[in-house]
Design a protein around this ligand. Sequence first.
Ligand code: 4AD
Ligand code: MG
Length: 476
Amino acid sequence: MERLRITKVLETAPSEEKLTVCGWVRTFRNDRFLAVNDGSTLRNLQLVVQKEDFDDDVLKQLNTGAAIRAAGVLVESQGGGQTVELQVEALEVLGGANPDEFPIQMKKHSLEFLREKAHLRFRTSTFGAVFRIRHLLQFSIHQFFHDKGFFQLHTPIITGMDAEGAGEMFKVTTLDLENVPKTEDGTTDFSQDFFGTQSNLTVSGQLEAELAAMALGQVYTFGPTFRAENSNTSRHLAEFWMIEPEMAFADLKDDMKLAEDCLKFVLAYVLKHGEEDLKFLENRELQAEKQLPQNDRNEYSLCDRLRNVVDSEFAHMTYTEVIAALRNSKPFKKKKFKYPCEWGDDLHSEHERWLVEKHVGGPVIVTDYPSEIKAFYMRANDDGKTVAAMDVLVPGIGELIGGSQREERLDVLKKKCADFNIPEDHVWWYLETRKFGSAKHCGFGMGFERLVMYCTGMSNIRDVIPFPRTPLSAEF
Ligand code: 4AD
Ligand code: MG
């Protein structure tokens, strides 16, 4: 008999017809009621077991975590909490779970504890919900760009470039680390390495996406990116996924519109298709926030926050306006900010969060940053000091999206390379797209895990990626 997934069973009307389900036992109450979850939905299916019908050695294996297969007929449920339940006629334990050893018992576990059990944490309602929402989000992103006529581009993971110029790269090598070949001047001889040159894991697919955009018109990448920055924060991973659209014949205004439309589309999509999981996560957040001081709690519930973003216009401010607002703020005057905010300083998370959470109360697009604190490829503004950059900042997260109009003028870009110490022969291919048929173009990068955090209300980025990679941690 073909197995039905529980999400389907729960939509099925009671009938005489026999059904088969498989799943993992969540609880077994009163030697009679089995709550079974198969991951297809947050909800469990209640199975009613007549003790007399089964051997003791089957019944005693029905512990939390055991995998089972059951067949029976679906009847209207006698108890509250569910409309249907399965009257079990055949029952098989596929894989037991010793209750003395299985760590995910039906009590409240801390997220920290569950991180150490990342291989089993999928079995909890919280992580089931998070990873179903994560799936919906990635699906809706492809939908959004596909509908807009963008083509997905698979950019390389191994590269010789440091696109962001931050030098935070993981090296890729097959050289023998015990016996590294040296050149005459004592440096590593990468000509003997696998690629004949120094290479690393990509920090961004942008530069390659730009090349394709200058022919296909509109492309996007959605892949893993790697940063060896030693920042142990709740918002940084060493391996994270990034969505990077790139479009030709478009400027910063178009870029901001694309980012805002994209965010609204995907939020509306999960609100529509992930309601059950979102409601669960909303409730989880409410419970978790009870332990926080009033000031640190969210003013609105998760779904209301997402709905507000979908329904409202994003605020716009220039970097210069942001600095003025920061310097005029209470925390600045009371010297509560850890980092300085003179014009020219990079904005830190504390500044971004004050801006979105206290000053504006919603997403803000900050534009026109000083050129020194942004990457070499951003288009120089006429003021000679700032670039056509835009960051989308959101409450609870800070920077969710970073993008810009790209420098399309060959002479200006060459000067930028010199200013940023980027040898032209490293980026000759990038420069050539400015030599042959150059045109204005723009794009952005959205951190996928930050988006998942935003949509699920999870406050640590380690809890929205299956197996987080952070400094000193690459288990599983
Ligand atoms: O601002 P970033 O560094 O921009 C770029 O990489 C550009 N090449 C994007 C582009 O224009 N195509 O990174 C983009 C986004 C950030 O806004 C943030 O959401 C996320 O990527 N991000 C990280 N997410 C998790 N862990 C990290 N270590 C991250 N670093 C950046
Ligand atoms: Mg950035």
